[in-house]
Design a protein around this ligand. Sequence first.
Ligand SMILES: Cc1cc2nc3c(=O)[nH]c(=O)nc-3n(C[C@H](O)[C@H](O)[C@H](O)COP(=O)(O)O)c2cc1C
Length: 348
Amino acid sequence: MESSHAHRKDEHVSLAQKYYNAAHTVDEFDQVRIIHRSFPEKSIDDISLQTCLNKNLILDTPFYIEAMTGGSDKTEQLNRQLAFLAAKHHLAMASGSQSIALNDANAISSFKIIREENPTGIIFANLSAETSVTRANQAIEMLAANALELHVNVAQELTMPEGSRTFRWLNNIEKLVNQLTVPIIVKEVGFGMDKQTLQQLVDVGVKYVNVSGRGGTNFAQIENRRNHDNQFDDLKSWGQTTPESLLEAQQFNQKLTIFASGGISSPVDVIKSGILGANAVGVAGYFLHVLMTDGIDALDTVLSNWETEVQRLLLLCGVNKFQELPSVPYVLSAELNNYTKQRGLKRL
Ligand SMILES: Cc1cc2nc3c(=O)[nH]c(=O)nc-3n(C[C@H](O)[C@H](O)[C@H](O)COP(=O)(O)O)c2cc1C
């Protein structure tokens, strides 16, 4: 029999799908406008999609499949399909949290399938920031992972009836960064980050951060649907949006490699994330939605289209590669500009 943890994962997947449209009424990236220029003076052959995060972590494409699934029979199927497409399109892929498999050996195969389908691709393991070094090494070995994502999800835990109520993570993150051999990416789950959070991560030696902001999958909403004891309806708009989080992160561009995620649902969102300073861009809810609504062939087509469009948009922006995007001029909406002023953020 599957564990209650595996059952919770199935509930998250079905609620993310059920409320996908309700959670995506606004594209927060509409608050960022790219300034068009007429003379790129280059050809499509000059444009590379490759993104170098460090010498051992080179992504063939700047967008990737973000952490979601694994742990149950249903999510093993999703992992198989996502990993097959990740291999086909040379996309990096993050696993869903592997704690289910560390607590129940029967669930291991639902994660290992990610590596079996994609023997040579870039794969990120995923665990909570409270994990021990031993468990982190087991999760990395399970996937022969190239990096480990540590998720920080205080807003989600507090809305879960069975969630944690104690959050002392920073010392543990420091220990993990010092003792593990793969890059550690500290990652939110759709509530965003601010400059103080980022400074705290820099202070404990973190080099890779995924700001995962509000604007897409909303775990306050999802947990609210599961939680029949308490209601947290008023947390629907808790947290910083992904553009706000990226603006908070700009002053750390020499110290941190920044990943964006949260509400990315088009190639233009990928490009705008790069302009705001992201080095790579994770997509969770949108890819899951396409897969569950229209099937694997539809997602295959979407991924091909995104690759083509991102390359053409780089040309349209007049840059040769994703990491040159911060040089592209942009304008913020009055609301987002007001946010940067009140927060005392210097725009780069
Ligand atoms: C069904 C589902 C399950 C998720 N499970 C995890 C997880 O296990 N670990 C994690 O770090 N993030 C998890 N996430 C969060 C995503 O990785 C991402 O941070 C968040 O959904 C925002 O991105 P999006 O708007 O593209 O969905 C999950 C998201 C979804 C939709």
